[in-house]
Design a protein around this ligand. Structure first.
Ligand SMILES: [Mg+2]
Length: 262
């Protein structure tokens, strides 16, 4: 029989909410960006050049040096300049509008999102979003893929003023949920920005590594971070691996308080 102490430990330690990153976690943003890029240039042969310029400007945006619109315009300007085409400002804006319109046409969720969200809801867990993006742009994107009303709490860096991996934005999400960080898991496609950032804030960091192959569940990349290779693996991770505080897992398993099949 479960003792009162075990019960209170269990209740205190259970995951009660899951926070989710948006881009490349729920939305296949890389794919839509690549398809929009191909619309702009006629093919995607120069995609690596676009990615390199994106990384440079994205870092400057995350550091607060430039805003989202400036990043988009300067990236388009620099990309064509790299191939010897000097565009005036009007032409840069026109091409960026065309690229953005193409991207909006192909925003789509990964196949595993709907089932995962349904399971989280059916399990009684609160669901939040923590995303690094401009507010208006991200809310428009979420509405376009049917996620506008899904989250109990939504923290968008462009609105909140702080980006992941700052602990502050993770604390803010937990505070809005009314939970302690150890009661919340955060799932995202970036090891550094999502999983390790959340773990530093005392949450359970879950790295969604879609390139990991069949099943990554159970692998621990670093302290406080678990790995999954698809959102189909998230329910099992939450039930089997994260139901108890890490320091209690061994004790509970030895006492027969938790049966793990398979
Ligand atoms: Mg992401």
């Amino acid at each position: 029989m479960t003792s009162a102490r075990e019960l209170s430990t269990h209740e205190a330690g259970r995951i009660k909410a899951v926070c989710l990153d948006i881009d490349d976690t729920l939305l296949d943003s890389q794919n839509s960006a690549r398809r929009a890029f191909a619309t702009l240039t006629g093919n995607d042969a120069a995609w690596p050049v676009w990615q390199r310029i994106t990384a440079e400007y994205h870092a400057r945006m995350t550091a607060g040096e430039i805003d989202f619109e400036t990043m988009c315009l300067w990236r388009t300007r620099d990309f064509f300049a790299a191939f010897g085409e000097r565009l005036d400002e009007d032409e840069v804006r026109a091409r960026e509008r065309r690229r953005m319109a193409a991207m909006r046409e192909c925003w789509e969720l990964f196949d595993d999102v709907s089932e995962c969200l349904d399971w989280l809801r059916a399990s009684g867990l609160a669901v939040a979003a923590i995303t690094n993006a401009p507010g208006e742009y991200q809310r428009h994107k979420l509405a376009a893929v049917g996620l506008a009303e899904v989250f109990d709490v939504m923290l968008i860096s462009g609105e909140y003023g702080v980006s992941k991996p700052s602990e502050e934005i993770f604390y803010a999400a937990c505070s809005s949920l009314g939970l302690a960080p150890r009661q919340v898991a955060h799932v995202g496609n970036s090891l550094e920005v999502d999983a390790e950032g959340a773990a530093r804030a005392g949450m359970h960091g879950v790295w969604l590594d879609r390139s990991a192959g069949d099943s990554a569940r159970g692998r621990c990349r670093s302290a406080g971070v678990s790995v999954i290779s698809s959102l189909y693996e998230l329910p099992e991770l939450l039930v089997c691996d994260l139901s108890y505080p890490r320091e209690e897992i061994g004790e509970v398993l030895r006492g027969g308080g938790l049966v793990v099949s398979g």
